[in-house]
Write a protein that binds this ligand. Structure first.
Ligand SMILES: C[S@@+](CC[C@H](N)C(=O)[O-])C[C@H]1O[C@@H](n2cnc3c(N)ncnc32)[C@H](O)[C@@H]1O
Length: 286
């Protein structure tokens, strides 16, 4: 398994937004550049206690989070099988056979897991590509442009160029300018980098973008660390392009509900903190 970060808070926000976008946009084609494994046996440690396990507890007391598609999908997999569903399984659970799938991951174990769950769910059009996701999705983008699709880019390294010459950010610009719905995830470890990917993408394309950014704040004094995910100064966000205004609004509502549900939490080291959720659109923080 090449993704040790499943189920941490950074995954929670990514998947809350992704599941809602997919539910509302209902794409007939879905492509993901860095799909990871489909499912992960749940781990009970401090990061998951702060991430997915806390989310499920606070969602029970929040109408908005309880109604989110993420809550339903994740509770189903965790309660039923003890598995955390990664992004691809979130989407496959929501869309089922109404969509075709291109799921890319260079890691053989992740690719095998994606193939296994595509078969288990009886998906008739699920292609798993054990190859560079930027090259494969760039080629996919040019095919069947008449059928609405959605691209999810969740990069390890946003600037690394693969064999087709595209970095994740290059591909995000291309997807945004093609008119195809886009979900792009980014992370950072210093509060001064808040919404950095939004700034970089808006400098490269005039396509309207929406950005929902979560910054972990607190008093512990330790530096941010995306690998740990709950240290103050750590942050992560989701950028959307080419989705309906109501879809971005739904993500804004969920981001605010998430921040409210995590107000004044206690981190594993005993210090207190909270989540600072901000949105940006067309260059303006809103
Ligand atoms: C953070 S994980 C993906 C998590 C997943 N998107 C989710 O949200 O559940 C990143 C994955 O990217 C894969 N990866 C790294 N470089 C890649 C590339 N150039 N093309 C495709 N996959 C890549 C790794 O093997 C790893 O499984």
């Amino acid at each position: 398994m090449a993704n040790p970060h499943f189920g941490k808070l950074a995954d929670v926000w990514k998947h809350v937004a992704l599941a809602e976008v997919v539910e509302l946009e209902r794409p007939r084609r879905y492509a993901e550049t860095h799909a990871g494994s489909a499912a992960y046996p749940i781990v009970h440690d401090a990061e998951r206690e702060f991430g997915i396990l806390r989310f499920l507890k606070v969602a029970a007391g929040s109408d908005l989070l309880a109604r989110s598609r993420y809550n339903a999908v994740t509770a189903f997999w965790l309660n039923d099988r003890g598995l955390y569903p990664g992004s691809a399984l979130q989407v496959m659970t929501i869309l089922g056979d109404d969509s075709s799938y291109l799921l890319c991951d260079m890691d053989p174990e992740s690719a095998a897991d994606l193939q296994y769950w595509g078969r288990e769910l009886n998906l008739s059009r699920c292609e798993v590509a054990q190859t560079d996701g930027m090259a494969a999705v760039a080629a996919w983008l040019g095919q069947h442009a008449d059928q609405p699709g959605l691209v999810h880019i969740d990069p390890f390294d946003p600037d690394a160029r693969g064999p087709a010459g595209y970095s994740a950010l290059d591909l995000a610009v291309r997807v945004a300018e093609s008119g195809t719905p886009l979900v792009y995830w980014y992370g950072y470890e210093e509060s001064s980098d808040q919404a950095w990917a939004y700034a970089r993408l808006t400098s490269r394309t005039r396509t309207p973008l929406w950005c929902g950014d979560v910054l972990v704040t607190g008093t512990s004094g330790t530096p941010g660390d995306l690998g740990i995910a709950t240290t103050p100064g750590t942050g992560f966000g989701v950028i959307l392009a080419n989705v309906h205004a109501g879809t971005a609004d739904a993500c804004t509502t969920l981001g605010n509900a998430l921040a409210e549900a995590y107000a004044d939490v206690v981190f594993s080291d005993g210090s207190r903190g909270s989540l600072n959720f901000t949105t940006r659109s067309n260059g303006q923080a809103v």
